[in-house]
Design a binder for this molecule. Structure first.
Ligand code: ADP
Length: 322
């Protein structure tokens, strides 16, 4: 083992740079060279590959986004694309590829490994926190804090006018961000993709909440909830709440950017180091994760095929506290 390949792939998340830095510095500590491709699998196919040394990752731990850039690459979905990628990686004498990304990137990595005997290690980075095999993914904590701070500001203006706000957060398939942001801002109602809420249920819950209080109310809506997102929901309930000054706010891409929290920087540093160690030990097709504060390796197949469930005790708690 002499050379490690490295990419960031798929959706970006804050903390990816901290993981890049950790992979590079841990490799250097172990006498290994790191060759990184720009723009994920696309950069591999374009042979856009450069060597990174310890100095080249100075001053990036606090930066959101990824210095390597990330991309979605259609060609890598084809067997020919993956064959070309394997040829490029082998021409650089890359002995193992570390992929920082989400479930899609891991599906591609797993295929590359099986078809071309290229050892691959995954580092889970997505704001959605939906990957089985790790308690938390890189970027989730930052996204949560970004959403919380933004909604705290919305609460100030909502309070000033006794307004009803529908705030949409990211989460098409899973509701981690909605659930934990909702708890942290004291939401009056939280709507998740896991509970495909019907509009009539929202109307009756909101009516009973509004009967009991005359102050502001905030409904946190995951974009994948059965009501079709905050704008759709507003449209469906506006007649029932016409006497309230109802407002909609879509938080959108601010949830993806920004300087990573301390927790994400530390997690990314731990996982970057664990990935290099796993590569040196000869593991392949595994994802590094943290489970109960311990580093754990799990099959990439599991991480890429099984969405992690939200914690149903936390969901119950959110209902008690509403
Ligand atoms: P994420 O890794 O954030 O889930 P995507 O699902 O967009 O993001 O996947 C990132 C890239 O991984 C895709 O653009 C593609 O190049 C590769 N990929 C995703 N799914 C597959 C697959 N089933 N087969 C091969 N490559 C895949």
């Amino acid at each position: 083992m002499k050379t490690i390949g490295l990419i960031t792939s798929g959706g970006d998340s804050p903390g990816m740079n901290a993981a890049v830095r950790s992979v590079v510095r841990s490799s250097s500590y172990n006498g290994l060279i790191v060759k990184a491709a720009s723009r994920g699998y696309q950069g591999v196919l374009d042979n856009d590959i450069r060597e990174l040394d310890s100095d080249s990752v100075s001053g990036i731990i606090q930066r959101g986004g990824t210095i390597l850039k990330t991309a979605r690459c259609k060609e890598f979905h084809t067997a020919e694309g993956r064959e070309k990628a394997a040829t490029v990686l082998k021409s650089h004498e890359i002995d193992a590829l570390i992929v920082i990304g989400g479930d899609g990137s891991f599906r591609g990595a797993d295929l590359l490994s099986n078809e071309h005997q290229m050892p691959v290690i995954g580092i889970p980075a997505t704001i959605d926190n939906d990957l089985a095999g790790t308690d938390e993914t890189i970027g989730y904590d930052t996204a949560l804090n970004t959403a919380m701070v933004a909604i705290d500001k919305i609460r100030d203006t909502a309070d000033a006018h006794d307004r009803l706000f529908l705030v949409e957060v990211m989460g098409r398939d899973v509701g981690f961000i909605a659930l934990e942001t909702g708890i942290s801002i004291g939401a009056e109602l939280i709507l998740l993709p896991e509970a495909q809420t019907k509009t009539e249920e929202v109307i009756s819950s909101l009516k009973s909440i509004l009967k009991e209080q005359i102050r502001s109310s905030i409904v946190v809506v995951a974009e994948g909830n059965g009501t079709g997102g905050a704008w759709n929901l507003a449209d469906q309930i506006k007649d029932d709440f016409s006497k309230y000054d109802m407002k909609v706010c879509i938080l959108g891409h601010i949830q993806r950017g920004g300087t990573p929290t301390a927790r994400d920087r530390v997690l990314a540093s731990q996982l970057g180091h664990a990935a290099v160690k796993a590569a040196i030990e000869g593991h392949t097709s595994v994802m590094v994760g943290v489970v109960n504060n311990q580093i754990k390796l799990s099959p990439l197949k599991m991480a890429s095929s099984k969405k992690k469930d939200i914690d149903y005790d936390t969901l119950e708690l959110s209902k008690i506290l509403q």
